[in-house]
Design a protein around this ligand. Structure first.
Ligand code: OGA
Ligand code: MN
Length: 283
């Protein structure tokens, strides 16, 4: 398969593949490359929702979109700043706030008992100014941390809560239904890939605190990690062309959106695969 690296430490762009015309052998290769490189970019994927879902199913069981998100109860998440009439919404609209919430580093669905495995995002209408999606490889972060911190993280769990990431934007954007459905869950701070045993640090915007550390110690360590990852050298910034498709591994990557000219329409469609092998616990 013909591909090039998009960042020295992770991520590739595969050429000459159309996911709606893909064969068995190509799928196997993509699944292997996904485990190795964590991020795959495919250009010019002008696809239907059905084709996106069919492709996503090769990675595993699809997530059902949660209440309070466009696409609720289907297997697709719609990320857009447009309302039903195709008009761009203003700053105070729930969808605009959702965009801003996604501009914090996160791993999709880390607030769920079964968090996300692969996210498969197709940019259907993308803005000219800004609106990139950025990625950090958390295997890379694990490797670069001091051994003493690696050891500490190996033995720590963190508490993830959907309401936590939203509280930084506007706590009133979380409904009672979402609060009831998504109580805090616990996940290990280091994920080990079951295929190649590579370790990745696991935390993000939904991480409220670290279990078994007192409040001060927990905030200090989370701040240290946040400062550590925010290093330009570790980031791949994807400037969207319409119909790009990006696949990333939420077990080993953080991502976030970037601000854009909010008067321009933006419409992206995501299929999300559930990490059924990884199970969190309730607090
Ligand atoms: C997502 C996401 C960020 C963006 O699709 O899960 O967080 O750039 N997207 O819209
Ligand atoms: Mn996301």
């Amino acid at each position: 398969m013909n591909f090039k690296k998009v960042h020295p430490d992770f991520g590739i762009e595969i050429k000459d593949i159309k996911i709606n015309k893909i064969n068995h052998q190509e799928i196997t290769e993509i699944l292997n490359l996904f485990e190795e490189y964590s991020l795959i970019v495919l250009k010019n994927q002008k696809i239907t929702n059905e084709e996106q879902l069919d492709f996503a199913k090769n990675f595993g069981e699809l997530e059902v979109t949660k209440p309070g998100t466009i696409g609720s109860n289907s297997n697709l998440v719609i990320l857009t700043n447009m309302d039903e009439d195709g008009k761009v919404v203003d700053d105070s609209h729930k969808q605009a706030k959702n965009d801003r919430a996604n501009q914090q580093w996160h791993s999709d669905s880390s607030f769920k008992i079964h968090p996300a495995h692969a996210s498969i995002l197709n940019g259907r209408t993308t803005p000219k100014i800004g609106g990139s999606t950025q990625f950090i490889c958390m295997r890379n972060i694990y490797k670069r941390l001091d051994q003493s911190i690696q050891k500490q993280l190996d033995n720590l769990d963190a508490i993830h809560h959907f309401a936590h990431s939203r509280s930084k934007i506007d706590s009133s954007m979380v409904s009672q239904i979402e609060l009831d459905k998504f109580p805090p869950v616990i996940h290990p701070m280091v994920k080990i890939n079951p295929v190649n045993n590579k370790k990745a640090v696991y935390f993000g915007s939904h991480t409220k605190s670290i279990k078994n550390l007192d409040g001060d110690e927990s905030s200090k360590l989370l701040k240290y990690l946040n400062d550590f990852i925010n290093n330009e050298d570790y980031i791949y910034s994807h400037k969207w062309d319409d119909f790009d498709l990006i696949i990333w591994d939420n077990r080993s990557m953080l991502h976030r959106g970037q601000p854009y000219d909010v008067t321009e329409p933006r419409y992206l469609v995501r299929a999300t695969v559930s990490d059924t092998m990884s199970t969190g616990t309730y607090l």
